[in-house]
Write a protein that binds this ligand. Structure first.
Ligand code: SF4
Length: 119
């Protein structure tokens, strides 16, 4: 049996114009959800930043974790980082909700944890 190359022109193309939640602006091919740290609850243990090193960093002023990018690590690794959090302050959220979460966080009083500066 031989493959007929003309079959490639008979297959219906996917509807690329329909939103599917994986558009580049929403995170691209990696995932359709964003990761968010509620810094007001973070206790600065650094676990998440040691697991998903391309996603979480310890913010220098208050010593709390922050997700600095959404495409830095595989989803499984980010989930592992989420699972290590002792206070459950990391969660998956919709990309569209990130801006509102940032605004809400900015309105909360967040005190420095008083930890020594990170190397
Ligand atoms: S694991 Fe949780 S508590 Fe620890 S630094 Fe990360 S966000 Fe903060």
């Amino acid at each position: 049996m031989t493959n007929d190359p003309s079959i490639a022109f008979q297959v219906k193309a996917l509807d690329e114009n329909r939103p599917n939640g994986k558009e580049p602006v929403l995170g691209g091919k990696l995932r359709s959800k964003a990761v968010w740290v509620d810094e007001s609850l973070c206790i600065g243990c650094t676990y998440c930043s040691c697991v998903a090193t391309n996603t979480f960093v310890m913010e220098k002023v208050n010593g709390r974790a922050r997700a600095i990018r959404q495409d830095g690590d595989k989803t499984d690794l980010i989930q592992e980082a989420i699972d290590t959090c002792p206070v459950n302050c990391i969660e998956w959220v919709r990309f569209e909700d990130l801006q509102e979460l940032r605004i809400k966080l900015a309105s909360k009083p967040i005190r420095p944890l008083g930890l020594p500066p990170l190397r």
